[in-house]
Design a protein. Sequence first.
Length: 532
Amino acid sequence: MGKSKQSRHVLVVGSGASGMAAALAAASSGARTTVLEGAARIGGTTAISAGAAWLPANHLMAEAGLVDSPTDALTYLSSFPLWDLDRSLVEVLATEAPRIARLIEELSPVRWQMQSHPDYFVEHAGARSAGRTLEPRPLDLGPEHAFVQDLVLKGAPGELGTLPFAFGDVLDGHRNHDVDVEPSGDMVTMGRGLISGLAIGALDLGVEIRTSSRAVRLVLERGAVVGLELEDDTELRGRVILASGGFERDPQLVKAFLRGPMTAPLGVATTRGDGLRMAMAAGADLGSMSEAWWCPAYRVPGERTWDDAADRFRIVFPSHRASPGSIMVDRSGRRFVNEAQNYNDLGRAMQSFNPAGHDFTASPSWLVFDSAYRQRYGTFLGATDPDWCTKADDLDSLARLMKIRPGQLNETISRFNSDVVAGRDRDFGRGSFGYDIYHGDRQVPVPALGELRSAPFFALKVHVGAIGTKGGPRTDSNSRVLRAADQRVLPGLYAAGNAAASPLGTLYPGGGGTIGPALVFGTRAGEAAATD
């Protein structure tokens, strides 16, 4: 890449999927580009994720003979209530996803492969049963890129970013996602593989990546953003792209903005709202502030994030909840949800307000299961029964340990067991949806249904968690931040990923529904910042 066009400086705040995509796009468009990461390593929450991206109508689908189009993707996205969707940005997402899936392969060593995962609402018009969720193929780092192993954030053993196989293997039942094993040799996979590939592509284009460089303030002149200040008082000049993630690790911002309790943040410790605070101070308009990428989560006592900066929480995966022999109950001992549904909507259901008790009865909740489930599906608990998971020889004893009226828990399980025998969940329809079936045990008559009968019985406390928050500055179709005062563009400032207002509102369309839009709008931000 020649240097003659690189007079414009683009400053990217954050190094997750949106930030690295923005850096790739800015550099390939001719701008001198610097990535500023507040942590000691790059990748953010993306690096400890599955690395999957929801990118409809992608080229791999076409190559495999799977029919899809941006029009069908837009039909699917539009099949949900539009009051909280940004129609103009959703159209950009559906239209641009195919181009950007290819572009990432052209600009970096990332190579995609399709997952067999269905859209989350596969019964809706325009949905697809497979192919829209892409994941990076395992990336073998050669000697010339060995340094990337130390540059990219590495999570705690057993986190998705540390496992030596693709997430599609987990979904298809070939691997267990809680096995404590490390990648062999120089192979990186999942989120680490995605970030490593994007970083290599960016570095090859001349991008400067600076770690331990926390941005704290935007520099404005005559109403335009012209640079930023770092925590060490260093000032840098250039157009700024906010891609620093959400605010789930900042208790003050969580309390101020989120719609209900969120006690189990899964994002890295640096998701503390730096981009949000800078954007607010500059007069940006805000959107989707009450929303997050919700999920049920549990806590293993003593576990901390990679830098020992915060408690670590683990997601309660769909397979944990869809497998036969389990249910979820609230603190009264009653079921309140289809346990097998996608984790975003289940997390939202846990925030239901109980006016009689003036509390959130399902926060926290319990995943209740029997010994047959424990033996066949409960490998996430480890080889021996842990003391942080409640266990009892009968349901009455279990209920007392859970501080639930024993009669109520027995009644709930009796009703569920009778529904299992009948082959139909009359309360929530569990097992009747494509998503439930995919994540259940397809070796049994109704993949997501099974009785709870064999002692001992177990109960795992489940908290309302968030993979990341969805709120931030509102943007236009080129990821340019809009001003609160007049809805016009705030010159020099762009935002993408969880640092920007999500165009999807409450919706989580499919696996990779966080990273896919982050790549699309991160790329749009980089291209616009380099050429505006």
